[in-house]
Design a protein around this ligand. Structure first.
Ligand code: NDP
Ligand code: ZN
Length: 174
């Protein structure tokens, strides 16, 4: 529990100047906290390593946090999961999206759980508080891509996969 709280404080500090893309520019930290909430309270996931990795999942991709910092502060297992869900930002966006689909079947169970929760939370956000100025077409593209990633993870956690399906039902219609 103490380590999970430390990870939450760490992520809150790292994301302190960031906002989500919704019209209200919600605090970014709401998103990693939502992932941990989905995993723990909708999926009954009680693996501390997975919950901590969920809290930290966007720190390397979206802040100045290094893998080394995560390794020292939270250990190898947490750092490994975060590494597995971190996109290579030197690649073009379309290539990063393609690689997520390609890699999904081959990542660890912990990384699959974090990725599944990430897609559940992002679909919910797109339905309830979408990035400002996104067309219906762009939202639908995101839904289709998220489904393609999750199709590659199937079998990891049937309850959370059903939660994903439920979120997917809110796909915006043209
Ligand atoms: P993304 O599709 O990557 O943006 C979505 C990401 O933003 C999410 O994965 C999430 O990432 C984060 N995010 C922050 N706030 C929200 C929110 N409120 N709701 C949901 N997600 C949120 O956008 P990019 O600008 O990077 O564009 C990438 C792709 O979009 C390109 O490959 C391009 O093909 C396509 N595109 C389509 C257009 C169209 O009109 N059809 C126009 C322009 C681009 P995280 O979990 O990491 O925070
Ligand atoms: Zn995320």
């Amino acid at each position: 529990m103490n380590k999970l709280i430390r990870a939450t404080a760490f992520a809150a500090d790292k994301h302190r100047n960031q906002r989500r893309k919704d019209a209200d520019a919600s605090p970014y930290i709401n998103h990693p906290v939502a992932l941990a909430d989905v995993l723990a309270n909708e999926g009954n996931v009680d693996d501390e390593t997975v919950l901590i990795a969920a809290i930290l999942h966007d720190t390397v991709e979206d802040t100045d946090t290094s893998m080394e910092e995560l390794l020292v502060q939270f250990g190898q297992q947490v750092a490994d999961i975060v590494a597995e869900v971190t996109d290579d930002k030197t690649l073009p966006k379309a290539e990063r999206k393609r690689l997520q689909v390609e890699h999904a079947p081959h990542i660890s169970r912990g990384a699959k759980l974090v990725k599944l929760a990430d897609k559940i939370c992002n679909l919910r956000d797109i339905a309830a508080c979408p990035p400002a100025n996104w067309s219906v077409e762009r939202k639908r593209e995101y839904f289709a891509w998220a489904k393609a990633v999750v199709d590659g993870l199937r079998g990891v956690h049937p309850v959370l996969e059903a939660v994903f399906e439920k979120a997917y039902e809110a796909e915006p219609s043209a």
